[in-house]
Design a protein around this ligand. Structure first.
Ligand SMILES: Cc1cc2nc3c(=O)[nH]c(=O)nc-3n(C[C@H](O)[C@H](O)[C@H](O)COP(=O)(O)OP(=O)(O)OC[C@H]3O[C@@H](n4cnc5c(N)ncnc54)[C@H](O)[C@@H]3O)c2cc1C
Length: 302
Protein backbone atom coordinates (compact mmCIF):
# COMPACT_ATOMS: atom_id res chain seq x y z
CA UNK A 1 0.00 0.00 0.00
CA UNK A 2 2.84 2.39 0.79
CA UNK A 3 4.59 1.70 -2.52
CA UNK A 4 1.35 2.35 -4.40
CA UNK A 5 0.73 5.56 -2.49
CA UNK A 6 4.18 6.73 -3.59
CA UNK A 7 3.79 5.99 -7.29
CA UNK A 8 4.58 2.27 -7.71
CA UNK A 9 2.57 0.21 -10.16
CA UNK A 10 1.22 -3.17 -9.07
CA UNK A 11 0.24 -5.89 -11.51
CA UNK A 12 -1.63 -8.76 -9.86
CA UNK A 13 -2.51 -12.09 -11.47
CA UNK A 14 0.50 -11.60 -13.75
CA UNK A 15 2.57 -14.80 -13.57
CA UNK A 16 5.94 -14.35 -15.23
CA UNK A 17 6.11 -16.72 -18.18
CA UNK A 18 9.40 -15.78 -19.86
CA UNK A 19 11.58 -12.95 -21.03
CA UNK A 20 14.91 -11.90 -22.47
CA UNK A 21 17.67 -9.43 -21.64
CA UNK A 22 18.94 -7.34 -24.56
CA UNK A 23 22.10 -6.20 -22.77
CA UNK A 24 20.42 -3.14 -21.30
CA UNK A 25 16.73 -3.86 -20.73
CA UNK A 26 14.70 -6.88 -19.63
CA UNK A 27 11.67 -7.65 -21.80
CA UNK A 28 9.44 -9.73 -19.53
CA UNK A 29 6.37 -11.71 -20.55
CA UNK A 30 3.56 -12.08 -18.05
CA UNK A 31 0.07 -13.53 -18.11
CA UNK A 32 -1.14 -9.92 -18.36
CA UNK A 33 1.14 -8.75 -21.13
CA UNK A 34 4.69 -7.52 -21.60
CA UNK A 35 6.80 -5.42 -19.24
CA UNK A 36 10.11 -3.66 -19.70
CA UNK A 37 12.55 -2.95 -16.90
CA UNK A 38 16.20 -2.04 -16.63
CA UNK A 39 16.76 -4.08 -13.46
CA UNK A 40 14.74 -7.14 -12.46
CA UNK A 41 14.56 -8.41 -8.88
CA UNK A 42 13.45 -12.01 -8.49
CA UNK A 43 11.61 -12.33 -5.17
CA UNK A 44 9.26 -15.12 -6.26
CA UNK A 45 9.22 -17.02 -2.95
CA UNK A 46 8.43 -20.70 -3.49
CA UNK A 47 9.20 -20.33 -7.22
CA UNK A 48 12.40 -18.29 -6.95
CA UNK A 49 14.68 -21.07 -8.23
CA UNK A 50 12.40 -21.76 -11.21
CA UNK A 51 12.24 -18.07 -12.15
CA UNK A 52 16.06 -17.86 -12.03
CA UNK A 53 16.37 -21.03 -14.12
CA UNK A 54 13.83 -19.81 -16.69
CA UNK A 55 15.20 -16.28 -17.10
CA UNK A 56 18.92 -16.63 -16.33
CA UNK A 57 19.30 -20.19 -17.60
CA UNK A 58 20.76 -21.21 -14.21
CA UNK A 59 20.01 -21.20 -10.50
CA UNK A 60 22.27 -21.47 -7.46
CA UNK A 61 19.64 -23.01 -5.16
CA UNK A 62 16.75 -25.45 -5.09
CA UNK A 63 13.54 -24.78 -3.16
CA UNK A 64 12.22 -27.64 -1.05
CA UNK A 65 9.03 -26.30 0.51
CA UNK A 66 8.96 -26.71 4.28
CA UNK A 67 5.41 -26.95 5.54
CA UNK A 68 4.45 -25.48 8.90
CA UNK A 69 1.12 -26.43 10.48
CA UNK A 70 -0.49 -24.38 13.25
CA UNK A 71 -3.35 -24.84 15.73
CA UNK A 72 -5.19 -21.69 16.84
CA UNK A 73 -6.97 -21.97 20.18
CA UNK A 74 -10.00 -20.00 21.32
CA UNK A 75 -9.40 -16.50 22.66
CA UNK A 76 -10.16 -17.70 26.19
CA UNK A 77 -6.82 -19.55 26.08
CA UNK A 78 -4.89 -16.32 25.79
CA UNK A 79 -5.03 -15.73 29.54
CA UNK A 80 -3.08 -18.95 30.14
CA UNK A 81 0.28 -17.45 29.18
CA UNK A 82 1.81 -14.01 29.35
CA UNK A 83 4.86 -14.70 27.19
CA UNK A 84 6.01 -16.73 24.20
CA UNK A 85 7.12 -20.26 25.10
CA UNK A 86 9.97 -21.07 22.75
CA UNK A 87 11.86 -24.39 23.00
CA UNK A 88 15.61 -24.60 22.45
CA UNK A 89 15.97 -24.44 18.64
CA UNK A 90 17.48 -27.35 16.70
CA UNK A 91 19.83 -27.05 13.72
CA UNK A 92 16.82 -27.25 11.40
CA UNK A 93 13.97 -25.42 13.10
CA UNK A 94 13.21 -23.10 15.96
CA UNK A 95 10.73 -25.71 17.20
CA UNK A 96 7.06 -25.65 18.16
CA UNK A 97 6.17 -22.39 19.86
CA UNK A 98 3.21 -21.49 22.07
CA UNK A 99 2.38 -17.84 21.46
CA UNK A 100 -0.30 -15.22 21.88
CA UNK A 101 -1.40 -13.75 18.57
CA UNK A 102 -1.93 -10.04 18.10
CA UNK A 103 -5.56 -10.92 17.29
CA UNK A 104 -6.14 -12.27 20.80
CA UNK A 105 -5.81 -16.04 20.31
CA UNK A 106 -3.26 -18.54 21.56
CA UNK A 107 -1.53 -20.54 18.84
CA UNK A 108 0.75 -23.58 18.78
CA UNK A 109 3.13 -24.28 15.89
CA UNK A 110 4.69 -24.46 13.43
CA UNK A 111 5.88 -27.89 12.37
CA UNK A 112 8.74 -28.22 9.86
CA UNK A 113 7.94 -30.82 7.18
CA UNK A 114 9.88 -30.91 3.92
CA UNK A 115 7.85 -31.80 0.84
CA UNK A 116 8.04 -31.65 -2.94
CA UNK A 117 4.71 -29.92 -3.64
CA UNK A 118 4.91 -26.14 -3.94
CA UNK A 119 1.16 -25.69 -3.51
CA UNK A 120 -0.10 -28.29 -1.02
CA UNK A 121 -0.65 -26.34 2.20
CA UNK A 122 -3.11 -28.83 3.66
CA UNK A 123 -3.20 -29.89 7.31
CA UNK A 124 -3.45 -33.47 8.57
CA UNK A 125 -5.11 -34.87 11.64
CA UNK A 126 -2.15 -36.79 13.11
CA UNK A 127 0.14 -33.75 12.98
CA UNK A 128 -2.52 -31.46 14.45
CA UNK A 129 -3.14 -33.90 17.30
CA UNK A 130 0.60 -34.02 17.98
CA UNK A 131 0.70 -30.21 18.03
CA UNK A 132 -2.20 -30.07 20.48
CA UNK A 133 -0.46 -32.63 22.71
CA UNK A 134 2.75 -30.59 22.53
CA UNK A 135 0.81 -27.46 23.50
CA UNK A 136 -0.86 -29.23 26.44
CA UNK A 137 2.51 -30.56 27.64
CA UNK A 138 3.79 -26.99 27.75
CA UNK A 139 0.55 -25.36 29.00
CA UNK A 140 -1.68 -27.96 30.71
CA UNK A 141 -4.67 -25.57 30.78
CA UNK A 142 -4.95 -25.94 26.99
CA UNK A 143 -6.55 -29.36 27.54
CA UNK A 144 -9.82 -27.58 28.36
CA UNK A 145 -9.65 -25.11 25.46
CA UNK A 146 -11.49 -25.47 22.15
CA UNK A 147 -9.63 -25.09 18.86
CA UNK A 148 -10.82 -22.22 16.66
CA UNK A 149 -8.88 -22.93 13.47
CA UNK A 150 -5.97 -24.80 11.94
CA UNK A 151 -3.83 -23.81 8.99
CA UNK A 152 -0.53 -24.43 7.25
CA UNK A 153 1.96 -22.40 5.24
CA UNK A 154 4.96 -23.29 3.07
CA UNK A 155 8.38 -21.78 3.72
CA UNK A 156 10.67 -21.39 0.69
CA UNK A 157 13.50 -23.41 2.26
CA UNK A 158 16.62 -24.37 0.32
CA UNK A 159 19.62 -26.65 0.87
CA UNK A 160 21.27 -23.88 2.96
CA UNK A 161 20.17 -22.06 6.10
CA UNK A 162 21.09 -18.68 4.65
CA UNK A 163 18.91 -16.57 2.38
CA UNK A 164 19.95 -16.97 -1.27
CA UNK A 165 20.47 -13.34 -2.23
CA UNK A 166 22.79 -12.82 -5.17
CA UNK A 167 23.31 -9.95 -7.63
CA UNK A 168 23.98 -10.68 -11.32
CA UNK A 169 25.29 -7.26 -12.42
CA UNK A 170 26.11 -8.44 -15.95
CA UNK A 171 22.41 -9.30 -16.43
CA UNK A 172 20.87 -6.40 -14.42
CA UNK A 173 19.27 -9.04 -12.19
CA UNK A 174 19.10 -9.58 -8.44
CA UNK A 175 17.98 -12.89 -6.96
CA UNK A 176 16.30 -12.61 -3.56
CA UNK A 177 15.60 -16.30 -2.98
CA UNK A 178 15.16 -18.76 -0.14
CA UNK A 179 13.65 -16.17 2.21
CA UNK A 180 12.64 -18.86 4.65
CA UNK A 181 11.55 -18.54 8.27
CA UNK A 182 12.58 -15.16 9.71
CA UNK A 183 11.83 -13.56 6.34
CA UNK A 184 8.98 -11.49 7.67
CA UNK A 185 10.95 -10.00 10.56
CA UNK A 186 13.94 -9.46 8.30
CA UNK A 187 11.97 -7.91 5.41
CA UNK A 188 13.05 -4.31 5.98
CA UNK A 189 16.70 -5.29 6.43
CA UNK A 190 16.57 -7.45 3.30
CA UNK A 191 15.06 -4.54 1.35
CA UNK A 192 17.84 -2.22 2.52
CA UNK A 193 20.50 -4.79 1.60
CA UNK A 194 18.97 -5.35 -1.85
CA UNK A 195 18.80 -1.62 -2.46
CA UNK A 196 22.54 -1.55 -1.72
CA UNK A 197 23.12 -4.23 -4.39
CA UNK A 198 20.98 -2.23 -6.81
CA UNK A 199 22.99 0.92 -6.09
CA UNK A 200 26.22 -1.04 -6.73
CA UNK A 201 24.86 -1.66 -10.24
CA UNK A 202 24.99 2.10 -10.70
CA UNK A 203 21.26 2.57 -10.12
CA UNK A 204 19.85 5.13 -7.73
CA UNK A 205 16.55 6.68 -6.82
CA UNK A 206 16.22 10.17 -5.46
CA UNK A 207 14.48 9.85 -2.09
CA UNK A 208 10.97 11.32 -2.14
CA UNK A 209 10.95 14.63 -0.26
CA UNK A 210 7.69 13.81 1.53
CA UNK A 211 6.80 10.13 1.11
CA UNK A 212 3.24 9.07 1.82
CA UNK A 213 2.95 6.78 4.83
CA UNK A 214 -0.53 5.26 4.71
CA UNK A 215 -1.95 3.89 7.93
CA UNK A 216 -2.05 0.12 8.09
CA UNK A 217 -5.39 -1.43 9.00
CA UNK A 218 -5.68 -1.81 12.75
CA UNK A 219 -6.61 -5.45 13.42
CA UNK A 220 -4.91 -5.93 16.79
CA UNK A 221 -7.30 -7.08 19.49
CA UNK A 222 -6.15 -4.43 21.96
CA UNK A 223 -5.64 -1.61 19.44
CA UNK A 224 -7.96 1.29 18.55
CA UNK A 225 -10.19 -0.95 16.42
CA UNK A 226 -12.81 0.52 14.11
CA UNK A 227 -15.75 -0.85 16.13
CA UNK A 228 -14.70 1.50 18.94
CA UNK A 229 -15.06 4.54 16.65
CA UNK A 230 -18.41 6.17 15.80
CA UNK A 231 -19.98 5.83 12.35
CA UNK A 232 -18.81 2.29 11.55
CA UNK A 233 -22.18 1.32 10.10
CA UNK A 234 -22.71 -2.01 11.80
CA UNK A 235 -20.73 -4.88 13.25
CA UNK A 236 -20.79 -7.59 10.61
CA UNK A 237 -18.51 -10.25 12.11
CA UNK A 238 -19.28 -10.40 15.82
CA UNK A 239 -16.50 -12.81 16.78
CA UNK A 240 -13.75 -10.57 15.41
CA UNK A 241 -15.77 -7.33 15.72
CA UNK A 242 -15.35 -6.41 12.07
CA UNK A 243 -17.39 -3.41 10.98
CA UNK A 244 -19.21 -2.67 7.77
CA UNK A 245 -16.92 0.33 7.26
CA UNK A 246 -13.87 -1.96 7.45
CA UNK A 247 -15.44 -4.37 4.94
CA UNK A 248 -16.23 -1.50 2.55
CA UNK A 249 -12.68 -0.14 2.85
CA UNK A 250 -11.20 -3.57 2.09
CA UNK A 251 -13.39 -3.88 -1.02
CA UNK A 252 -12.28 -0.50 -2.37
CA UNK A 253 -9.11 0.98 -3.85
CA UNK A 254 -6.10 -0.43 -5.70
CA UNK A 255 -5.62 -3.33 -3.27
CA UNK A 256 -9.32 -4.23 -3.08
CA UNK A 257 -9.99 -7.78 -1.89
CA UNK A 258 -11.30 -9.89 -4.79
CA UNK A 259 -11.75 -13.14 -2.88
CA UNK A 260 -12.96 -14.17 0.55
CA UNK A 261 -9.35 -15.09 1.38
CA UNK A 262 -8.26 -11.54 0.57
CA UNK A 263 -11.09 -10.08 2.65
CA UNK A 264 -10.15 -12.32 5.58
CA UNK A 265 -6.53 -11.20 5.45
CA UNK A 266 -7.53 -7.54 5.31
CA UNK A 267 -10.27 -7.57 7.95
CA UNK A 268 -10.32 -10.95 9.81
CA UNK A 269 -14.02 -11.36 8.98
CA UNK A 270 -15.06 -15.04 9.49
CA UNK A 271 -11.80 -15.86 11.29
CA UNK A 272 -13.18 -15.99 14.83
CA UNK A 273 -14.85 -18.53 17.06
CA UNK A 274 -17.78 -19.33 14.73
CA UNK A 275 -15.61 -19.39 11.55
CA UNK A 276 -18.20 -17.45 9.57
CA UNK A 277 -21.27 -19.44 10.61
CA UNK A 278 -23.18 -16.32 11.66
CA UNK A 279 -21.84 -13.61 9.32
CA UNK A 280 -21.37 -15.39 5.99
CA UNK A 281 -24.87 -14.56 4.71
CA UNK A 282 -24.43 -10.86 5.49
CA UNK A 283 -20.95 -10.91 3.97
CA UNK A 284 -22.31 -12.50 0.81
CA UNK A 285 -24.73 -9.54 0.53
CA UNK A 286 -22.04 -6.93 1.14
CA UNK A 287 -19.59 -8.50 -1.31
CA UNK A 288 -22.09 -9.17 -4.09
CA UNK A 289 -20.55 -8.23 -7.44
CA UNK A 290 -17.21 -7.33 -5.81
CA UNK A 291 -15.46 -10.72 -5.80
CA UNK A 292 -14.12 -12.66 -8.78
CA UNK A 293 -16.57 -15.42 -7.87
CA UNK A 294 -19.68 -15.11 -5.69
CA UNK A 295 -18.94 -15.96 -2.07
CA UNK A 296 -21.31 -18.93 -1.98
CA UNK A 297 -19.46 -20.49 -4.89
CA UNK A 298 -16.05 -19.78 -3.34
CA UNK A 299 -16.96 -21.30 0.04
CA UNK A 300 -18.52 -24.26 -1.75
CA UNK A 301 -15.19 -24.96 -3.45
CA UNK A 302 -12.85 -24.35 -0.46
C1 LIG B 1 5.17 -21.93 8.54
C2 LIG B 1 5.88 -20.62 8.41
C3 LIG B 1 6.51 -20.07 9.50
C4 LIG B 1 7.18 -18.86 9.39
N1 LIG B 1 7.72 -18.32 10.51
C5 LIG B 1 8.30 -17.10 10.44
C6 LIG B 1 8.82 -16.47 11.61
O1 LIG B 1 8.71 -17.00 12.71
N2 LIG B 1 9.40 -15.25 11.47
C7 LIG B 1 9.50 -14.63 10.28
O2 LIG B 1 10.02 -13.55 10.22
N3 LIG B 1 9.04 -15.21 9.15
C8 LIG B 1 8.43 -16.42 9.22
N4 LIG B 1 7.94 -17.00 8.09
C9 LIG B 1 8.51 -16.57 6.84
C10 LIG B 1 7.88 -15.59 5.99
O3 LIG B 1 6.48 -15.66 6.00
C11 LIG B 1 8.49 -15.85 4.61
O4 LIG B 1 9.86 -15.66 4.70
C12 LIG B 1 8.03 -14.94 3.58
O5 LIG B 1 6.65 -15.03 3.34
C13 LIG B 1 8.70 -15.26 2.26
O6 LIG B 1 8.68 -14.07 1.64
P1 LIG B 1 8.91 -13.90 0.12
O7 LIG B 1 8.59 -12.46 -0.17
O8 LIG B 1 10.25 -14.42 -0.28
O9 LIG B 1 7.86 -14.88 -0.61
P2 LIG B 1 6.29 -14.75 -0.77
O10 LIG B 1 5.68 -14.02 0.36
O11 LIG B 1 5.82 -16.14 -1.06
O12 LIG B 1 6.13 -13.84 -2.08
C14 LIG B 1 6.47 -14.33 -3.36
C15 LIG B 1 5.55 -13.69 -4.37
O13 LIG B 1 6.01 -14.01 -5.68
C16 LIG B 1 4.89 -14.34 -6.48
N5 LIG B 1 5.35 -15.23 -7.56
C17 LIG B 1 5.89 -16.47 -7.48
N6 LIG B 1 6.18 -16.95 -8.70
C18 LIG B 1 5.84 -15.99 -9.59
C19 LIG B 1 5.90 -15.89 -11.00
N7 LIG B 1 6.38 -16.86 -11.78
N8 LIG B 1 5.43 -14.76 -11.58
C20 LIG B 1 4.93 -13.74 -10.83
N9 LIG B 1 4.86 -13.78 -9.48
C21 LIG B 1 5.31 -14.89 -8.87
C22 LIG B 1 3.93 -15.03 -5.53
O14 LIG B 1 2.61 -14.98 -6.03
C23 LIG B 1 4.11 -14.18 -4.27
O15 LIG B 1 3.24 -13.08 -4.28
C24 LIG B 1 7.25 -18.20 8.16
C25 LIG B 1 6.61 -18.75 7.04
C26 LIG B 1 5.92 -19.95 7.16
C27 LIG B 1 5.22 -20.51 5.96
Amino acid sequence: AQALANGARLLTGAALTGGRFDGDIWHLKTARGGLKTRVAINCAGLHGDRVDAALLGQTHFHITPRKGQFVVFDKAARALVNTIILPVPSARTKGVVVFRTVFGNLAVGPTAEDQESRSDASTDRATLEALIADGIAKVPGLAQMPVTAVYAGLRPATEAKEYRIRPHPERNWITVGGIRSTGLSAALGIARHVYGLYAEMGRRHTPLPRPEVPRARMLAQDGPRDWKQPGHGEIVCHCELVTRREIEAALTGPLAARTLGGLKRQTRATMGRCQGFFCSARLAELTEGRFDRPMAEEIGHD
